[in-house]
Design a protein around this ligand. Structure first.
Ligand SMILES: [Zn+2]
Length: 256
């Protein structure tokens, strides 16, 4: 008995513990089943009335059906500043940049020249009437009774041909040869006026001459003004009968 008694005494706490454990398992299992019977959490924004346990249905309407239009925020762009038209010396008329310093001369010497006996006072502008190649041949030809030349010839591509040194007299404008500098500009029926690059070169050449030889703007002239009654040159740049076109060009480019 003593053995039984001791055995019962030892066994009782274990029985109580086991009963409590089994009860706990049953409660846990029950709660688990309750949780399983609850409807699954609905995805956010799902307004459909799904039955408990049913799979979540994809939204039957496109998202825009419930979306609220939002004003598009346009990022504020910094106000762009238009490029400033920075005047360049010798280039104030939208012409290509050709400065006195950047002038590149092509040596095209001519035998048609003589010694100066008077100082330089004026600049005489001409049009060639013929193409560059033809003009180069004429201005450098030692043949014929009417040999002609000029100091510089500027092609429509802006290339500058040095034909006669400033220090010598060129033969381009009869009575104006002695105190003049002759500038031939490639223009004719094939191409009237000046190309932008050609005009930029002409302006740079004239500016350099004005500086080197102290020629005033009023003494920039053209062939038919320097030798009246002998020619219509340079009518393919400044048409004959409209000398005002030349004077306006001279005033705009050289200030007088
Ligand atoms: Zn001429």
């Amino acid at each position: 008995m003593g053995h039984h008694t001791r055995r019962d005494t030892v066994l009782f706490p274990w029985l109580m513990f086991g009963a409590a454990f089994v009860l706990g398992l049953a409660v846990a299992a029950c709660k688990q089943r309750i949780d399983a019977s609850a409807p699954p959490p609905k995805p956010a924004g799902d307004t459909s009335a799904g039955a408990p346990g049913a799979k979540p249905q994809p939204p039957s309407q496109p998202t825009q059906a419930i979306s609220v239009p939002v004003p598009v925020q346009v990022p504020t762009q910094p106000t762009s500043t238009p490029a400033q038209d920075t005047p360049t010396p010798g280039n104030t008329h939208g012409l290509p940049v050709v400065t006195e310093e950047s002038i590149r001369e092509i040596a095209s010497p001519s035998p048609n020249k003589s010694a100066r006996t008077t100082s330089i006072k004026r600049i005489v502008l001409h049009n060639t009437e013929s193409t560059l190649a033809s003009a180069l041949a004429t201005l450098r030809s030692p043949a014929g009774a009417n040999r002609v030349s000029a100091h510089i010839l500027v092609g429509r591509d802006g290339a500058l041909h040095r034909i006669v040194p400033d220090a010598d007299k060129a033969w381009h404008a009869t009575v104006a040869n002695d105190d003049g500098l002759g500038l031939e500009i490639e223009a004719g029926k094939f191409g009237r006026g000046m190309t932008p690059l050609q005009e930029a070169t002409v302006i740079a050449v004239v500016r350099r001459w004005m500086r080197l030889h102290k020629v005033t703007a009023q003494n920039i002239t053209m062939h038919r003004l320097a030798a009246p009654g002998t020619t219509d040159c340079a009518t393919f740049i400044w048409p004959e009968g409209n000398d005002k076109a030349f004077f306006n060009w001279r005033r705009d480019r050289f200030g007088s």
